[in-house]
Design a protein. Structure first.
Ligand code: GDP
Ligand code: PGA
Ligand code: MN
Ligand code: MN
Length: 589
């Protein structure tokens, strides 16, 4: 680490660090260089003070557990604000506060908050360090756990600092865990100032500022101004037996299957035939048109912050292999021999729950439903050899999806870009444990960006539509639903690896190599259009998965119309016209 006297070559950065130190009054300042020695020293300190607990090093070398404050285990949407000068620019999709008022409010919390603590200054790069699509930031924090996670999730340290010094600009992120008091907690974004201020939470999405705060909220704002897209999407490469790889970008809300789809293991028959799946990203995608008119995407992150519960050898063996070593686990349970444990693992018995109490089923699940692993992408066996390509990978298909227990078919294809933007805008999903609040409530979550779009959704829809221009070779747009339930409340589709069957149809549609049935909501595969050999699923389940109920859809599309109107004059007329077109097609069906 650089001693505190050794500031950067960039005056704007030094001045900001000085200002923050004057406000927060830390005992010492450390500039992070991202080195192994620095990480080892920090880990030793965290083990000594209990921030980290060592897990069984024989079974899980390099793995540690962090237990959060029990009131601090998820994103807090009601305390997350976009503080643009003009309230309308933040839109009804965001909580807003006047920037001057917001600064005053949060600076009062930051005042003296780092006394007795060390202040860490972390330069980081979102995206491959040499990519023109990447963007840099500096996060200041008083949490060594945040430093350890940011080191995995971003390119953090000396190389990022050198890029920042060269470019002269960076996103400023100030974070303190404060008192971890939910009454004294805010996650504020000042897009016009490229600034983030986060106080009172140590949880991933609230505290690792490179991730949701920078790469999505500030990123989406920058992307609109600069003509690109910052999206809540995984990026996966599907290689067929002929050796062709097609890249798919897919937006699902938090805890709706992005990490799993990004690491999919092909079903046995596909594997034997030579299909391979390559992981580029599991949560965030930055994409822009290339010279050839196609969209090219990078993953701005360097690691995975994945949901632990439900991850097992049968659902996601790739993730299991990825997290077998050198992983930080947050809020999982532990077994008698000190191995990490969560619901969905077939082996092992929890003895200590996520709060460190003796496990008692009466207290609820042993692992928190939003317990997580943080691990370097490089450890993933399916990590794409093109994941660090500085020009990004070309996207063949964009997929939207969510948790829809009824109505929405397994997959359908939008007729064109405008219809696809409507399909994305209309997305709905049941809420999950990734954010505090009720779970299982259906809500609209356009493009899976409801918690992350840093500006007015109406303007965002217009920005999406603007990509359809002469010379553009845009990806086809699809919608999937792995979460349709039968009358017994069980999922009708087996999901996970079997989702490759749906991706195959999607890619074949992009190539014009497979059929579909035209319906008012888009193109839906007929049973024969999907390869279902070797799949244990009964015919009636499949009928339900592929059916389009015109009455149910008419009500859904009417509701989408009201939803689009909720963004007032900012909703593009072209999108409303598209909604009316679909409504009319349903009325005539
Ligand atoms: P992410 O937060 O969007 O990255 O979602 P994850 O991939 O971590 O998955 C969240 C939860 O959904 C986990 O409990 C998974 O086991 C579960 N899940 C993921 N994919 C599927 C699927 O295809 N079918 C079903 N039924 N569950 C899934
Ligand atoms: P997720 O990422 O989408 O993998 O759940 C974290 C989050 O969105 O809070
Ligand atoms: Mn996410
Ligand atoms: Mn994930």
């Amino acid at each position: 680490m650089r001693p505190e006297t050794m500031a950067s070559k960039l005056k704007a950065l030094n001045d900001w660090v000085d200002d923050v130190a004057r406000l927060t009054r830390p005992d010492s300042i450390r500039w992070c260089d991202g080195s192994d020695a620095e990480a080892a020293a920090l880990r030793a300190e965290m083990l000594a003070d209990g921030t980290l607990v060592e897990l069984n090093q024989d079974t899980h070398p390099g793995c540690y557990l962090h237990r959060s404050n029990p009131s601090d285990v998820a994103r807090v949407e009601h305390l997350t604000l976009v503080c643009s000068k003009n309230q309308e620019d933040a839109g009804p999709n965001n909580h807003w506060m006047d920037p001057a008022e917001a600064h005053a409010k949060i600076d009062a919390l930051f005042d003296g908050c780092m006394q007795g603590r060390t202040m860490y200054v972390m330069p980081y790069c979102m995206g491959p360090i040499d990519s023109p699509l990447s963007r840099c930031g500096v996060e200041i924090t008083d949490s060594p756990y945040v430093v350890a996670n940011m080191r995995i999730m971003t390119r953090m340290g000396a190389a990022a600092l050198a890029r920042i010094e060269r470019e002269g600009t960076f996103v400023k992120g100030l974070h303190s865990i404060g008192e971890l008091d939910p009454e004294r907690r805010f996650i504020m974004h000042f897009p016009e100032e490229l600034t983030i201020k986060s106080y009172g939470s140590g949880y991933g999405g609230n505290a690792l500022l490179g991730k949701k705060c920078h790469a999505l909220r500030i990123g989406s704002w920058q992307a609109r101004q600069e003509g690109w897209l910052a999206e809540h999407m995984l990026i996966v490469g599907i290689e067929n037996p002929q050796g062709e790889t097609h890249y798919v970008a897919a937006a699902f809300p938090s805890a709706c299957g992005k990490t799993n789809l990004a690491m999919l293991i092909p079903p046995e028959g596909y594997r034997k035939a030579g299909w391979k799946v390559w992981t580029v990203g599991d949560d965030i995608c930055w994409m822009r048109p290339g010279k050839d008119g196609r969209l090219y995407a990078i993953n701005p992150e360097a690691g995975y912050f994945g949901v632990a519960p439900g991850t097992s050898r049968s659902t996601n063996p790739t993730a299991m292999e990825t997290i077998a070593h050198d992983t930080i686990f947050t809020n999982v349970a532990v077994t008698a021999d000190n191995q990490p444990w969560w619901e969905g693992l077939p082996h092992g018995t929890p003895v200590t729950d996520w709060q460190g109490r003796p496990y008692d089923a009466a207290n609820g699940p042993a692992a928190h439903p939003n317990s997580r692993f943080t691990v370097s992408a490089k450890q993933c066996p399916s990590w794409s050899p093109h994941a660090e390509d500085k020009q990004g990978v070309p996207i063949s298909a964009i997929v939207f999806g969510g948790r829809r227990p009824s109505l929405v078919p397994l997959v359908f294809e939008a007729r064109d870009w405008t219809h696809g933007v409507l399909v994305g805008a209309a997305m709905g999903s049941e809420t999950t444990a990734a954010a505090t609040g009720a779970v299982g409530v259906l809500r609209r979550d356009s493009m899976a960006m409801k918690p992350f779009c840093g500006y007015n959704y109406g303007d965002y829809f217009a920005h999406w539509l603007s990509f359809d221009k002469p010379g553009a070779k845009l990806p086809k747009i699809f919608h999937v639903n792995w979460f349709r339930k039968g009358d017994d409340g069980k999922f009708l589709w087996p999901g996970y690896g079997e989702n490759l069957r749906v991706l195959e149809w999607i890619i074949d549609r992009c190539k014009g190599a497979v059929g579909a049935q035209e319906t008012p909501i888009g193109h839906v595969p007929r049973k024969d259009d999907l390869h279902l050999d070797g799949l244990a699923i009964d015919g009636t389940a499949l009928d339900t998965l592929l059916e389009v109920d015109p009455m149910g859809w008419a009500a859904e599309v009417a509701d989408i119309g009201h939803y689009l109107d909720s963004f007032g004059a900012r909703t593009p007329e072209k999108l409303k016209a598209e909604q009316r077109r679909v409504a009319a097609a349903l009325a005539n069906a």
